[in-house]
Design a binder for this molecule. Structure first.
Ligand code: ADP
Ligand code: ZN
Length: 217
């Protein structure tokens, strides 16, 4: 299965893709994670993307596309992948089309008020990138990752100001891509969340059922 997971910031893309990864054995390519790792390690790439990521703006296509190509080349053919955070512009989508075929779009529909609630209480593991929420998806021990024991931190772009900017960028630059994929007749699996406390398991169960119908799980 080659999938793209779409949705606004905070719509659960990272959480769902990592669960699908453990259930289906697919590879997950998370553009934001790649950038954050490079920021932390202060690599040349990290230095190039820093100002964009911190402001909640899109990193220029020529940088992103290069990173995607390198990462995609490492996916084992039999595994398939989920792209999280790519494509975010029409040019990124067109580049992808030149490289590989997409079987399904996993679209997360979440109202803005839930997103804002979630992002402002989100915490990430410093070591493995696992996502928690101090209100709705708590780790067993406060401040400590259940999976690896790493310490949890708040992303520097999870501040009210930057969250607002990221939501705006999604509406203006990324959501038009949905129309693009509809026109290409790529199948969609749409998950709509209407409550703050919907557990990820519920969403995943439905997604897996739909993926089975498409012979992708
Ligand atoms: P979000 O929670 O906003 O979906 P991500 O972790 O996917 O965030 O990405 C964090 C930041 O990294 C974005 O705000 C943007 O600056 C940059 N970024 C990630 N993916 C892309 C992309 N495909 N194109 C341009 N910039 C990107
Ligand atoms: Zn961890």
């Amino acid at each position: 299965m080659n999938a793209i997971i779409f949705g606004a910031p905070g719509s659960g893309k990272g959480t769902y893709s990592s669960r699908l990864q453990s259930k289906l054995g697919v590879d997950v390519i998370a553009m934001g994670d790649i950038f954050r790792e490079n920021l932390k390690a202060e690599t040349p790439l990290g230095k190039k993307v820093k100002s964009y990521v911190e402001k909640g703006l899109l990193v220029p296509d020529y940088i992103v596309i290069d990173v995607l190509k390198q990462r995609l080349a490492k996916v084992a053919k039999e595994k398939g992948f989920i792209l999280d955070g790519y494509p975010r512009t029409i040019d990124q989508a067109k580049t992808l089309e030149g490289i590989t075929k997409i079987d399904v779009i996993l679209l997360q529909m979440v109202p803005d008020w839930i997103i804002i609630e979630r992002l402002s209480s989100r915490r990430i593991c410093k070591s493995c990138g696992a996502v928690y929420n101090i209100r709705f998806l708590k780790p067993k021990v406060e401040g400590v990752c259940d999976k690896c024991g790493g310490s949890l931190y708040q992303r520097s772009d999870d501040t009210p100001e930057v969250i607002k900017r990221r939501l705006q960028v999604y509406q203006e630059q990324t959501s038009p891509l949905l129309q693009h994929y509809k026109e290409k007749n790529v199948p969609f699996i749409v998950s709509s969340i209407t409550a703050l406390d919907t557990p990820p398991e519920t969403v995943i169960e439905t997604m897996l059922k739909e993926l089975k119908k498409l012979n992708l799980a």
